[in-house]
Design a protein around this ligand. Structure first.
Ligand code: XMP
Length: 314
């Protein structure tokens, strides 16, 4: 880590991508997170507009994400092709309750759609921002990351008709941030907190419904708004299964949803510590969640480290 040279890494990877891609076109799976953004910019530097940047709007992203990503990359001279595929993902996840099954369904749907888009573009090469932690966790059997295939024996060429190139797969998050900075990406991307590939689908415990999705989107926007200024690795709400009894604003009975808040400090996502955040900050988030989302009855704060917990709940 100490002798990691971002500039050298960038030069080598651009060269490597040029060689691997040759005279073909390629697409990149861009989500707007730091990993996929770095991958997209490396690809763009390697082959210019022969690289098509594809953003799958799967419905599990945060509010306004597609527009935000489009505008950031357009400023860098890169066109972003946005595909609204929420319906397909909701269909695929209908009735699925188990965490790993949900992740597998998400992965299948993601690559099936990508395979279709790759065919539309007539490309056989997909660039993807997989990093070391994604591979370590999937291989160890902790959880199925949405973007890990070859390392667990799935041949993307056979299954989906394209070859995957992963230029940053040996890096950890802190190194990816150094590369992002060196590439001149805006702070909004360089410092962006990690957001899981399967998005909000794994922050709704149990079955995903449209109602629950809309609730977690609102809650996520409130948490982002209130806690964007604190120095942490991640801060997010999770919608738990089950309901809790409470009182509504008139003193009557309320039976509503339960949200957990997860705020952690970490370097590489492989271990994490829950954050001892100022209580008044927590109270502000609590008040906004309860008043702006009346169907919520209770807010819990997660004080579990990783290990023994993981960062996400599913
Ligand atoms: P866990 O929950 O395993 O998360 O402690 C470690 C880090 O990875 C993120 N995460 C994912 N990122 N695809 C991703 O790209 C995934 O399927 C995925 N699952 C978890 C999580 O938010 C945390 O930063």
């Amino acid at each position: 880590m100490d002798d990691f040279n971002p500039r050298l890494f960038i030069e080598e990877k651009i060269e490597w991508l040029r060689k691997e891609i040759g005279s073909e076109d390629a697409i990149v799976a861009l989500s707007g997170g730091v990993d996929s953004s770095v991958t997209a910019v490396l690809g763009f530097k390697a082959i210019g507009s022969r690289l098509k940047s594809v953003f799958l709007d799967d419905g599990f992203m945060r509010i306004g994400e597609a527009d935000r990503v489009r505008s950031i990359f357009e400023k860098l001279g890169m066109k972003v092709h946005v595909y609204d595929v929420e319906h397909e993902f909701l269909e695929a996840l209908r009735g699925v309750r188990d965490a790993e099954e949900k992740r597998r369904e998400f992965r299948e749907t993601f690559y099936r759609i990508f395979s279709r888009i790759a065919r539309e573009f007539g490309v056989r090469i997909v660039l993807q921002g997989t990093i070391a932690a994604d591979i370590v966790e999937t291989k160890s059997g902790i959880k199925t990351q949405h973007n890990v295939l070859e390392q667990i024996g799935i041949d993307p060429l056979k299954s989906y008709g394209f070859k995957i190139l992963e230029p940053i797969k040996e890096l950890y998050k802190s190194q990816v941030r150094l590369i992002a900075k060196e590439l001149g990406l805006p702070d909004e991307i360089v410092k962006r907190r990690p957001f899981p590939g399967p998005g909000l689908s794994i922050r709704i415990l149990g079955e995903v419904t449209k109602e629950k999705l809309s609730l977690i989107k609102k809650a996520t926007a409130i948490v982002d708004d209130e806690l964007s200024d604190i120095e942490c690795f991640q801060a997010f709400p999770v919608l738990l299964e089950g309901m809790a009894t409470g009182l509504d604003s008139t003193g009557g009975r309320k039976y509503g949803y339960i949200l957990a808040l997860r705020i952690v400090e970490s370097m590489d996502a492989l271990t994490a510590k829950y954050m001892k955040i100022d209580w008044s900050k927590l109270e502000k988030v609590r008040d906004r969640l309860l008043t702006e989302i009346p169907s919520v009855a209770r807010i819990l704060y997660d004080i579990t480290d990783k290990p023994p917990a993981t960062i996400e709940f599913e």
